[in-house]
Design a protein around this ligand. Structure first.
Ligand SMILES: [Zn+2]
Ligand SMILES: [Zn+2]
Length: 128
């Protein structure tokens, strides 16, 4: 059986990646750091096993947050050797919509009033 392969990358194309199989977790976060790093009101991310992910190109990082040093697109969190999972900002996937639905929503207390909760997602006032 062939696993689903999804591809993604930054806006300028200098960094590309692929992820194989379904993510082990999908979440949406409204925290203050996610707002700053994304320039948006929330982030949507998913985690895959490290060995399911392949990356080409150079990922720059700041405080554990990986991005393209050329165009600035936020992409993924560079992993340490013992990390089992890699976290990816799934707005960087090529497929739009990406058809992955958050199971958890965190830092709900910072969610804008005009943003509806994700139907069926566990709601957490702060971290889960
Ligand atoms: Zn780029
Ligand atoms: Zn956050």
């Amino acid at each position: 059986m062939n696993a689903t392969v999804r591809t993604g990358g930054c806006l300028c194309g200098a960094v590309r990646y692929s992820v194989r199989g379904e993510p082990v977790h999908v979440g949406r976060c409204h925290c203050a750091d996610c707002r700053k790093e994304s320039g948006s009101a929330f982030t949507v991310y998913a985690q895959w096993p490290v060995d399911a992910c392949e990356i080409t190109g150079e990922v720059s990082s700041y405080a554990g947050r990986g991005f393209c040093g050329r165009c600035g697109s936020r992409l993924l969190d560079p992993v340490d050797p013992d990390d089992p999972l890699i976290e990816i900002r799934i707005g960087s996937l090529d497929q739009a919509p990406f058809d992955l639905t958050p199971q958890d929503e965190v830092w709900v207390k910072r969610r804008e009033k005009w943003i509806a909760p994700v139907e069926g997602a566990a709601q957490h006032d702060e971290n889960r």
